[in-house]
Design a protein around this ligand. Sequence first.
Ligand code: NAD
Length: 412
Amino acid sequence: MTGSERQKIAVVGGCGHIGLPLGLVLADYGFPVTLYDINADAVARVNAGTMPFEEHGAQEVLTRCAGVSIHATTDAREIEEVETVVIVVGTPVDEHYNPNLAVVPSSVSDLLPHLREGQLLILRSTLFPGTTRLVFELLAQSGKRVGVAFCPERIAEGEAIHELTELPQIVSAYDTRSLARAKALFGELTSDLVELDPEEAELAKLFTNSWRYIKFAIANQLYMIASSFGLDYEHIRSAITYKYPRAADLARAGFVAGPCLLKDTMQLAAFNNNEFLLGHAAMMVNEGLPLHLVSSIEQSYDLSGMTVGVLGMAFKADSDDNRDSLSYKLKKVLQFKSRRVLCHDPYVRNDPSLVDLDTVLREADLLVIGAPHADYRTLDTKLPIIDIWGSVRPGSVAALHDGGTISPGMPL
Ligand SMILES: NC(=O)c1ccc[n+]([C@@H]2O[C@H](COP(=O)([O-])OP(=O)(O)OC[C@H]3O[C@@H](n4cnc5c(N)ncnc54)[C@H](O)[C@@H]3O)[C@@H](O)[C@H]2O)c1
């Protein structure tokens, strides 16, 4: 099919971390794509051909497609012109970890004046179970015959451009025509389509993130046990996983943060009337790691007179996304315990409190890696480096006690 024959697609939330890569990949496949977003700054940047955030390989696609097969807008009326509308707005939990059930239905309500008969609405956000049904009923009550499908996004940030065509796509809908249309669209990206009922698909997505969150918590719990006894978790983990497929997925230790894994584990807990023992236990372990790390450091250093440099404030390596990053929790604990904390990140642009790397290396007495960015692998410093991720300076817990480094780390 040529570009001009392909259906027009709008992505609502189209300048966000999930909407933009999806829009770019579809545009690169020749679909005319409209990115609708309420963030006027992000819209302007995308239309100027500049990615508003780091995503591997995305800038090249945007440069190729901007103004050709993709454009961004804050004008919801443009949605009227497309055949398929994909909604991928954020679905955060509140400060009490309660999901906001209304966020997607209210986005759909806002769009109602611009939805027209015969369109397909694909929900792509991670949803509290039952949300697809709510949207389906909302549209039915509106009298507009708009199809509804739920096709959850499962990429990892930073890997979206290739994962969108490599991962199987979960597709679900309440009627065969909407399902067929969702399958036809995602079938352009991959031949691996997995059909579920919408409620199953909603749970499948939450289970995926809870599973990962709990798995990382197991690694972190074992790391804490090992380090409490002066043993090197990474040495033990390497031995366990060596030619032993049954334990091959035992993760390295490291901060488990970002906008999804904890949030979706808590969405699942809320859905199950707050009964999710493993999910809550995982939260205690993962959220407790910064405190554990600081108390390990205190066994070797009197922090009260020291300036500590935290390197890497993003929630994962080589990313500029600092949403819900545990580096900020580490910073708060260190601010309480030490004389001064200086933070650096080569990618994060939205935190004016960050200082440049030279200042940190000149003024700090001790460095702690918050996110294991590749840039830090070539650090030229004699300062002690505490590297729980293990990717910047390999070492051991024992080395910490010699003023050296500790391992390990894991890619999220
Ligand atoms: N970030 C990830 O790694 C990831 C992975 C898989 C799934 N998800 C899910 O994808 C969804 C989006 O996450 P994200 O990280 O892209 O969030 P995000 O905040 O980066 O993007 C959401 C975008 O939606 C826009 N927006 C909000 N309300 C809007 C509205 N009413 N109309 C138009 N635009 C609106 C925002 O301005 C923003 O640009 C969430 O449900 C999330 O759980 C995220």
